[in-house]
Design a protein around this ligand. Sequence first.
Ligand code: HPA
Length: 270
Amino acid sequence: MLKTIKQTADYLANRISEVPNTAIILGTGLGELAREIEGREEIPYTEIPNFPVSTVEGHSGKLIIGTLGGKRVLAMQGRFHYYEGYNMKEVTFPIRVFKALGIEYLFVSNAAGGMNSSFDVGDIMLIEDHINLFPEHPLHGKNYNELGTRFPDMSEAYNRKLRLLAMEIAKEKDIKLQHGVYIGLQGPTFETPAEYNFLRIIGGDAVGMSTVPEVIVANHAGMKVLAFSIITDLGVIGKIVEVSHEEVQEAAKIAQPKMAEIMRTIIQRI
Ligand code: HPA
């Protein structure tokens, strides 16, 4: 594993003119955020040694390196979901590579179902904490001390300073920013009404099929994490309607400009 990570990081370090200290994972429907990145270099996943290849509709699968908010960033357009059949080591492999490249900050976005009754479709939720309901843990198996400690602390998985900064920026820019707990589960089914109800009862505000594995590994690796969910549908009793992947993508697109504005400004200020 260590050799594979190094091989991929070395390949990217050679290909990228200057490695940024911030990485962004662009979630479902948020791929166009990458358009905001200027002076870009693009590296399709298919060209990166040891990188899994993204298959899900709506993800074109490439790294985009360029400038956002005046700072250099590396963005993943297309992530690897567990439901696609990847194991957790594959899902989180890019995070290991980012760390090996010297990247310190990880920004994550995703599409999620909202379970908090004060949420609306199109809202952005700042993730304050998560509940991991994936069936496999990304740190399962042998621990490499070079990568992180055996029993990582998760008391502040989403960096507090970055969260405060995000809230400050949203206020300044008059962007409505919800906050809450994200529950990650494997999918690919959306939830039944009874499942949404259960997830709400156990403390979730939003639910989705990503983010938690990457955030766990980023914490293991000692990176600073900030993550947002775009609420694309509602799992609120009385408001639950049929939902499709296309609708999720459409709803996420609507929130893209606000999401871009928040991300750009945070990156400018860190
Ligand atoms: N559930 C799970 N994943 C999701 C949802 C949802 O309601 N919306 C977008 N991704």
